[in-house]
Design a protein around this ligand. Sequence first.
Ligand SMILES: Cc1cc2nc3c(=O)[nH]c(=O)nc-3n(C[C@H](O)[C@H](O)[C@H](O)COP(=O)(O)OP(=O)(O)OC[C@H]3O[C@@H](n4cnc5c(N)ncnc54)[C@H](O)[C@@H]3O)c2cc1C
Length: 495
Amino acid sequence: MPVNPQILGKLEHSQKVLETPPLEHPAPPAKLPSRNPTRSFWIDSSPDANPLAGEGSQDPLPSEADICIIGAGITGVGIAYHLIELLNDAFLSVRRPLRIVILEARDFCSGATGRNGGHLTPAAFLEFAQRQALFDTVEAIKSYKLEQYTASLLVKIIEENGWASDLDLVEGGHINLLFTEKEATSAHKDFNMARQAQLNLDRVEWLSQEEVKEEYGAPYPGFREPGNNVWPLKLVTKLYQHAQAHAGKYASLSLHTRTPVTAVTHETTDNSSTYTVVTNRGSISCSRVVHATNAYASYLLPFLAGPDGIIPTRGQVMATRASVGSDQIKKPSWSGNEGFAYWFPRPVKDDTENPLIIIGGGREAVAPSYELYVDDDSETHPLVGKALREFLPSVFESKYDPDSEPEMEWSGIMGYTKMGDPFVGPVADLFIANPDGDLYKKQYIAAGYTGHGMPRAFGCAEVIAQMILAEISGKEWKEPDWLPQRYLTWNRRIE
Ligand SMILES: Cc1cc2nc3c(=O)[nH]c(=O)nc-3n(C[C@H](O)[C@H](O)[C@H](O)COP(=O)(O)OP(=O)(O)OC[C@H]3O[C@@H](n4cnc5c(N)ncnc54)[C@H](O)[C@@H]3O)c2cc1C
């Protein structure tokens, strides 16, 4: 295999660092999202990209709500969307509309969802062998079922509502390049074990080094799996607008951006139990709180700081122009170097246009820190930027100018967990013994997608919506057959 000038084979080491407590002990909780984030392509490349940017930021806060959702990314908006869909499906008959309020620290969807790489690709089989060994076959299979369920549901919603062209949805597949023998051997092992376990892999296609070189100009073997890319902020905007338009007689939905939540307190009186959600613009009294704050979860839930919880980790992305036309840069989205690099060409108006490539990754260049514990997206890292600039010219000969500068470059904060999987469920269930009585009883969380949230967050949001409505109606929550058990908070207790 040709030698790539990039730094290769860092995944195992980065995982070890992730699992090791930081020098600063105990680990510091995340801060509130920074006030002056870098400008991302999705949010800032056109003036009309974020019509809900400042929604509700000047309106008085309601004094009361039934459900306060903290965070307006794909998880928070997804929870509101699913609550309203489930209510419309008569999951629960309500005496009065459920008052749902979303509170967002900055502009609408300006966290990871508005700053990510734009891939909506469910993993097909990678990491199967490891998951099967660590958990069991059923649990390993559910990892892929959840992602397939979530990605297909989003694509179905997009298509049924006729949003595909507005959101630049491209169903062009995803090619994973294998740069080293070790990576290739491990991928084949995962594939074979997954196939033996009856995972449907009909749509996976192995590509030899010659085939990739001939068709795409990169001298590495790989495999193709189903995958999409999309404009994530526009997707979440449509989901919010759809939810609000369909709230109907069962719910009301409001959004207050630029309203950071600084504390959640709890009071119990003889026959009721209430939370106070404190913000810089006043407080809301409510009966349920949802933490859809992903990387920032430990700001309000400090026991989640550190390797047993959710580690803020800065990711970096840039938009760079290819030096050839789109006839030479084909549609699929890509990843390589064990997932440390991911990229895809944006749709073009005509074939003569040199496509804009959205490429993220480069954290391998700053080992051993890997940008772990960095919660500030107001800056980019120059060494990560250097790795990103060098990547495409080194992989695809003569399609990218090594001296060209990106049109935009930004950072965003991911929420890493040492297991790689999110926490989903009631916050109280994270504890063996609840340390603060009822404080966390009706607080929920879905967070910690470890840089791979687009094909998972919306499914986890559905789970939280189901749990809340089951709790309100006194019904038992029935877990969907696609949900991995290990995501659930009661299986992820913090010592
Ligand atoms: C650079 C980068 C590249 C990525 N690339 C991909 C990719 O290509 N494909 C993929 O699948 N995944 C990718 N991810 C991961 C994916 O974007 C996330 O997993 C997903 O967007 C998480 O959504 P969320 O709604 O849970 O979190 P977020 O979108 O981060 O939303 C959380 C929100 O909570 C708000 N918030 C936090 N604290 C408070 C508070 N106290 N009060 C009020 N509001 C608060 C934040 O401002 C934020 O808007 C990437 C992430 C990053 C950062």
